[in-house]
Design a protein around this ligand. Structure first.
Ligand SMILES: O=C(O)c1cc(=O)[nH]c(=O)n1[C@@H]1O[C@H](COP(=O)(O)O)[C@@H](O)[C@H]1O
Length: 276
């Protein structure tokens, strides 16, 4: 069985280093001339999948915008995941889960068990109950060929007060997360399956990402103000493992298929240039 790291490495090689978020904000539905209801959600998600799933390496549905519509929204999330994967995109489901280990096992099975209707290629998780509490998700990911992206240094301005705080050993909280995830990827080739989320907005913070050996998801580009030129300061020598992620910047180019594809071509060109 191919690992997530191997599949992601191949997808980036074929399609380029880009993740596009599927974030059906109410404001975007309105901008696309769609109603803020389940029918609007479905049309939005179908359009993004039709436009991008056959060409972008990773699609990242943001679960919150589907959960907003209850069970019918979840049903659309299920079909969005399935159709995206069938068209060849890897699906990183953005759910940012994190809980005590026994509950984490249930979240892991909800999103990573091959038999689940929400089965995704990878999910986002929050480490702030302790990285060790995420163990059931790491274990299921390893045995099922899935990936996990752990929040380390988030793109929002509020994150630093927690993530830059100094842990008992003298390193920052974020650095302890980075170091624990690095251990999970030790020896993996060409890329580990355990990623970190590091916002493109955070600037030079002095955190050491050199041993991660896994994908570094970089949200915060576009709508939150970061540009591909900011990636060098944030990631330094680890630029080769960066997976830039855009949601609103690309989605606001809809509802036309051609417009969405042109937006992807534009940001992908900018990212390739910045990543070198
Ligand atoms: O895990 C994420 O993707 C994430 C982490 C982070 O630090 N910051 C962040 O913005 N995100 C997500 O990335 C997306 C950003 O959307 P845009 O600002 O529209 O590109 C949203 O779905 C956020 O929830």
């Amino acid at each position: 069985m191919e690992s997530f790291g191997e599949r992601l490495h191949a997808a980036i090689g074929q399609r380029g280093p880009l993740c596009v978020g599927i974030d059906p904000h109410a404001a975007l539905l309105a901008r696309w001339g769609l109603p803020d209801d389940v029918a609007g959600l479905e049309r939005f998600a179908r359009t993004v999948v039709e436009a991008l799933a056959d060409r972008v390496a990773v699609l990242k549905p943001q679960s919150a915008f589907f959960e907003r519509f209850g069970s019918r929204g979840i049903a659309i999330l299920e079909s969005t995941i399935r159709q995206s994967r069938e068209a060849g995109a890897l699906v990183l489901l953005d759910v940012k889960r994190g809980d005590i280990g026994s509950t984490m096992a249930a979240y892991a099975s909800a999103y990573l068990d091959p038999a689940s209707t929400l089965r995704s290629d990878a999910i986002t998780v929050s480490p702030y109950l302790g990285v060790g509490s995420l163990r059931p998700a790491f274990d299921l990911a390893a045995t099922s060929g899935a990936g996990i992206f752990v929040l380390a240094l988030t793109s929002n301005p509020e994150g630093a007060s927690v993530q830059h705080a100094v842990a008992p050993g003298g390193a920052t909280v974020a650095q302890t997360v980075i170091d624990e995830i690095s251990q999970l990827n030790a020896g993996a080739s060409p890329l580990g399956s355990f990623g970190l989320v590091v916002g493109a907005t955070i600037g030079r913070t002095g955190h050491d990402l050199s041993k991660v050996n896994g994908p570094l998801l970089a949200p915060g580009l576009g709508a939150q103000g970061a540009t591909p030129d900011d990636l060098r300061a944030v990631f330094g020598e680890s630029l080769h493992n960066v997976l830039p992620s855009y949601s609103r910047e690309v989605l606001s180019a809809g509802p036309g298929i051609a417009g969405l594809r042109a937006a992807v071509d534009r940001v992908l060109t900018d990212c390739r240039t910045a990543l070198g």
